[in-house]
Write a protein that binds this ligand. Sequence first.
Ligand code: FEO
Length: 395
Amino acid sequence: MRQLEIAKGVYDVGVTDWNIRDFHGYSTYSGTTYNAFLVTDEKIALIDTVKKEFADQLIENISRIVDPKKIDYVISNHTEMDHSGSLPRIMHRVGEDKPLFCSKMGEKNLARHFSQKWNYRPVGTGDELNLGKRTLTFLETRMLHWPDSMFTYLKEDKILFSSDAFGQHYAGPERFDDMMGDAIMPHAKKYFANIMMLYSPLILKLVETVTSLGLQFNMICPDHGILWRKDPGKIINAYVKWSRQEDNEKKAVIVYDTMWHSTEIMAEAIMSGLTEEGIYVRPMKLRECHRSDIITEVLDAKAVIVGSPTLNNGLYPTVSDFLTYMKGLKPQNKIGAAFGSYGWSGESVKLVQEELTAMKFQTVDSGLKIQYMPDKAGIEKCEAFGRKIGQAVKG
Ligand code: FEO
């Protein structure tokens, strides 16, 4: 049970999903939370709900503070079902005719997921909802994370309820940034890389908008993970850095899979060449590393070097999976390189190269392929290829 007063009259009534290990294809080794918030004033507002399976816990958490029937307004910042799945149960308890605030796209999307009959009150950026002594202001944030997404800002307390943005898939006893220090940042980075990276240009625009509106934050409360109260600026600055993807570190990720170790031997020799050039290298074998962990390393790497054996005239399946995933997340400003071993036809390197080019990576040569096992000369070629990529990374 969780009902934590995070500011006077403002409660976190969300739930902790300790055991989830796969969040639509993202590895969540530390579980996650679905945060929801109750703002009590002359009027009472509930901001967001939780995944359907946790509806009872949400209702119990609310009931320990107030009878759910006394909630005057329900606000849905985002339609995705980890935040809206409990809406039918909540609306039933709160009252089906109570106003349900959401963005214009939120109204359309909620109606497609649930009931057409709710008392929708679509809002746009700058619209306000008076609760008595306090005011909620809405800010549309299309595509962060869905077209319906919006933020809700509690003006007098300077608390931003930011939906998916600034979240982390982390479940722990800690509820605030000051309880975790920098240990939360790898979780925030992984979340950004896997959920937000493709919206980097929108994030930069949003930060500009927020700055021009002069909004200040005492607290940023995302719908996943811990709440930022000690230093909300830290996560905003991290988002700006990650979104720019300009100052990528002198770092390379070698992503590969292998059938009979030939491509793996190539990966190790390429790594030697990169290391000789002073590049920090993370080799990641696809059958051992989850795609969401690899993408986290890709976020701040300058070079992404992808190796695939040729299997049945094509790519190795794990490599196809990874390339599809990476392409969707649209990493920017990367150097790319392809390599792999083959037996007779040898299409894989060309196929990887085409994918990297389609992602607008600056590719090094046309890739490197070696037939069967790399011999001494082959290993030297790989080392030289690594050195060449390293020189490109250093600019
Ligand atoms: Fe946490 Fe886009 O849902």
